[in-house]
Design a binder for this molecule. Structure first.
Ligand code: ADE
Length: 214
């Protein structure tokens, strides 16, 4: 899976891509992530990427030229959908992530300020995604959420044990049910793990877990 991410704050992504499962997936080439600075495409002498809205109103709007040139440039090597991260988009979910994971490539556009010029929205965006009914300072965290969630569905990104967990996790998500988990030590600050889990009696453990499903 290839992600091309368009942002005016490319450094936000640096540390996330250098850790854990995503780092390993990049190294093993299961995923490729290219982060592009929209500002570099600005033809303005001060590299401006925003301006005041026509008709007045609060906030700034991302200007069309840098966005147009950035998307055009990235599209040469990425044939996937252009996904705009915005609080006005369709709410992201596990099933949306599963659909997106069927693509081989995608372009994630991070919005800032009040939004992007409507002409870009209408002519270059294939899909608008929100990660929830709240407003963040920009689309960078949402782009990371989408990229992370889609990446872990790509075959080989999770290890064997983790993939097995993924199967049961999807089922659990459907049922919205989960039983409590405990690990060592058996006693922590006076709180003991339920005895049945230490018994080694698989049938009883299964029954206990069924009873505790929430
Ligand atoms: N940009 C700001 N808030 C957002 C949200 N909730 N989802 C996607 N993009 C956003």
């Amino acid at each position: 899976m290839k992600f091309d991410i368009l942002t005016i704050f490319p450094q936000i992504f640096d540390s996330y891509l250098k850790e854990s499962i995503i780092k390993r997936a990049i190294k093993s080439r299961k995923i490729e992530i290219n982060v592009h600075d929209i500002r570099k495409f600005s033809k303005d002498k001060h590299k401006k990427v925003d301006d005041i809205p026509f008709g007045g109103g609060a906030g700034m709007v991302m200007t069309p030229q840098p966005l147009y040139d950035a998307i055009k440039c990235v599209k040469k090597s990425n044939k996937g959908p252009v996904v705009f991260l915005t609080p006005h988009g369709a709410t992201f979910s596990q099933s949306k992530a599963e659909k997106l994971s069927k693509h081989k490539e995608m372009i994630l556009l991070c919005g800032r300020y009040e939004g992007i010029d409507q002409r870009i929205q209408e002519s270059m965006i294939d899909m608008e995604i929100s990660i929830g009914k709240y407003v963040l300072t920009g689309g960078e965290l949402p782009a990371m959420v989408v990229m992370d969630c889609v990446s872990r569905l790509i075959p080989g990104v999770l290890g064997k044990e983790e993939s097995h967990m993924e199967d049961s996790f999807s089922k659990k998500l459907d049922r919205k049910k989960e039983y409590p988990h405990y690990t060592r030590p058996a006693e922590f600050k006076g709180m003991r793990v339920p005895e049945v889990l230490l018994s080694g009696h698989h049938k009883k453990i299964e029954e206990w877990r069924k009873k505790k499903l929430k």
